[in-house]
Design a protein around this ligand. Structure first.
Ligand code: ZN
Ligand code: ZN
Length: 346
């Protein structure tokens, strides 16, 4: 089967290779991949500028949906033909305090699908049965393939932040994560202002269709005036920062109210400049988020099943894996929103 492989560490070093179909061991399942999404971290793996451990040669990709092809020994609750999605924390120790308290995303031994273990930009992948979730019938494979980023957003908002009905929430950065954060915040009863720039016009339009109360191009509209008007001059109750840009973070620190909740979801990928004193002067709750937990997957799937959150519109492009270079450059150049990759015909 054809697979997109990071074959050596260092920038680049990715190509399509022919590899054998894997076999599921005990407590594992073999999944036929239906759709897979490109994540920002796949680009970081390509450029070799990510802190998460990568073990080349490795099949890349971790966001996917599929159908169980075969189950190994000692697997219960799942059978061939089941529509599934899988948590991407392939390995964690299960014994450290973080694992035992349900925060396996912070386990030092965590090794991820598509980084350390062969991932999903191919036809078949093997994952531990303990990471699987059934994909509800009413949820498409396209939406299912975005369950992982939705789980990350759900983790950030539900575990690390606090939104109560009536809050004014500023979502900074209208990429796929920002568009998911907008919907999760709406589901919590917030009024949502999403901010972007000139290059985001399509994304801002999509945001309005998906229920954002305001989708603001900060190069053309006065974001500060809007936030202050809506909050009687106090500032936003919550900021969900999804861009990772230093300028956006600094501006959001000006727009959040005192004692507000600020959650940093976007990763800058480098050291950035912002005025940390604002966190003190405003007595902010400032949190960073990393990945997702088991509970975030259950909540993300519940959101999809109930129809409260819809993801289909985010999948603007679907390309076969053989066109990965085009797909990666679309993503890198902020064309479209979510770029999906489809397995090659066998
Ligand atoms: Zn991802
Ligand atoms: Zn652990």
């Amino acid at each position: 089967m054809k697979a997109l492989v990071k074959y050596e560490s260092g920038p680049g070093h990715m190509e399509i290779r022919d590899i054998p179909r894997p076999q599921p061991g005990p407590e594992q399942v073999l999944i036929k991949i239906v759709e897979a999404g490109i994540c920002g971290s796949d680009l970081h793996i390509y450029h070799s500028d990510i802190a998460i451990p990568v073990r080349p040669p490795v099949v890349t990709g971790h966001e996917f949906s599929g159908i169980i092809e075969e189950v190994g020994e000692h697997v219960s609750g799942f059978k061939p033909g089941d529509r599934v999605v899988s948590e991407t924390a392939y390995h964690y120790c299960g014994q450290c305090d973080f694992c035992r308290e349900g925060w396996y995303n912070l386990c030092v031994e965590r090794k991820t699908l598509g980084y350390w273990y062969n991932g999903v930009f191919t036809n078949y992948t093997v994952v531990p049965a303990g990471r699987l979730h059934h994909l509800p019938d009413q949820v498409s494979f396209t939406a299912g393939a975005m369950c992982e980023p939705l789980a990350c957003v759900t983790h950030a908002i539900e575990d690390l932040c606090r939104i109560v009905p009536g809050d004014v929430v500023l979502v900074s950065g209208p990429g796929s994560i920002g568009l998911m954060a907008t919907q999760v915040a709406k589901a919590h009863g917030a009024t949502v202002i999403l901010s972007g720039t000139d290059i985001d016009s399509q994304r801002l339009r999509t945001a309005r269709e998906l229920g954002a109360d305001y989708a603001v191009n900060i190069q053309q509209e006065d974001l500060t005036a809007l936030v202050m008007k809506m909050t009687r001059g106090y500032g936003a109750d919550v900021v969900l920062e999804c861009s990772g840009s230093g300028l956006a973070i600094d501006s959001a620190l000006n727009l959040i109210k005192k004692r507000g909740w600020f959650c940093q979801i976007g990763l800058p990928g480098k050291k950035i400049d912002f005025d940390i004193e604002k966190i003190c002067f405003k007595e902010l709750h400032f949190a960073g988020s990393l990945g997702s937990r088991h509970t975030s997957w259950k909540k993300a799937l519940a959101f999809l099943k109930s129809g409260q959150i819809s993801l289909e519109q985010l999948a603007t492009h679907k390309l076969p894996i053989s066109r990965w270079e085009e797909a990666f450059s679309l993503f890198e150049n902020k064309q479209g929103i979510k770029i999906m990759m489809l397995p090659e015909k066998e």
